[in-house]
Write a protein that binds this ligand. Sequence first.
Ligand code: NAD
Length: 485
Amino acid sequence: MFQMATATSTPTHHSIIGGAHVEGEGGTRAVIDPSREVPIAEVSLASIDQCRASVDTAARAQSDWAALPSRARSEILSRAYNLMVRDQEKLAELISMENGKALSDARGEAAYAAEFFRWFAEEAVRVRGDLRPSPSGHNWIAVSHEPIGVALLITPWNFPAAMATRKIAPALAAGCSVILKPATETPLAALFVAELLAEAGVPDGVVNVIVTSPAGPAVAAMLADRRVRAVSFTGSTEVGMVLLREAAGNVAKPSMELGGNAPFIVLDDADLDEAVEGFMLAKFRNGGSACTAANRIFVQSGVADEFVERITRRVEQLKVGPGLKDGTDIGAMVSRTERDRVAELVDQAVAEGATIRTGGTIPDGEGFFYTPTVLENVRPDSTIAQTEIFGPVAPIIRFDNVDEALAWANNTDAGLVAYVYTQGLTSGLVVSRRLEAGMVGLNRGLVSDPGAPFGGSKHSGLGREGSHDGILEFMETKYLATPYV
Ligand code: NAD
């Protein structure tokens, strides 16, 4: 299983293709611990030819896996759930080391990641069809759902385990073989998950993990193969648009979980205790590096002073430090590039008129840290309000009128999630309905749930993960006509 670097050695990990650890022919890359800026492992990078070959492997494994009774696939997924629970702490430490996040966040991710195996073990045996006479009375309409075929899965660095299991579990439940390409920065959690799946009894070749860089040409080569029938991507809208164009060339079915820019709206009649708790979760879970992170905080003028005062006190208490250190609330950002991007956004916000209530600094010393920040006097049309921050920064925008707040909240191409806090039943329902988002948290700062359809509207994506919808992303609807007798 996984070896991490010691004072004298840095272990090398390889792609997993057809059940074998295959040394990449495309050079090597260090995996860096973002809290210490030191290598913790090395990965060999698969060449484009090796990526293409992984499609052969997945395609060969596809039909036997699809032919297994759904109960057999379900039982393997159940075992994967139990094994991941067994190894939860190990996985959490690995996530924290390669991503930088606080161990408390990594533990949450490991538990959430495991739940997708449990949920889709349950869904695997519940794929329903339909049988009915046609309106003409001439034939039966028999509808079934078949595995779509080889699926290409591409995941980001912010939830390296959960974004992998959120795709692998429904694909396996549906009867698909997969090739997973994890983010370049965080390949280790995905390799760890693949080893657990092998231990759970997934046959060789059904789950392949390709570690490669640069991602673009390798993914394009795999997606051009006619046997790849689905591409499921979680990442930035920019890359999602590239993949949609590439998928079009092969008419592969796309599922896209893309960027967000979540409004978090606090109305005058909100329960402020709950709103503050919900805000801390929606903004600072995972250090703010979440597509669901509250990105623009709209606070109605009657409660604005008190809300800002209270969250500022809470944010000042957050402990920034190495993810594995006891008591850390906010770990390191994944890379220097990400940290510097967030710092620049804050500087630009200040240049555009915002004021810093707390934070806004890069701490001295090693590690890609940024202090949790509250910004006031942010204009809704300013750069920071129009950009997915993806870091521990909360821009506050005050408003008087709810219609005005809704217009601002919806004035973005993103439509992943929105949050609203109010004690009014009607205002809660009306605001939730008018928010242009695939998901709404009403008096709740966390919406992610394996049993719920996760996904966005507008430029935030296509399709849904989790719930029953997630399995259908990896299935083709088939209709059989036969005379009505
Ligand atoms: P990214 O788009 O840069 O990278 C995501 C993945 O795509 C990585 O594996 C990367 O190696 C790969 N990639 C990069 N360029 C590619 C190309 N040309 N062709 C094919 N693959 C390519 O995103 P990121 O920086 O890793 O993650 C942050 C983004 O992910 C944010 O925008 C965030 O909102 C989004 N995200 C969305 C969800 C969701 O469920 N909607 C969840 C988590 C993260």
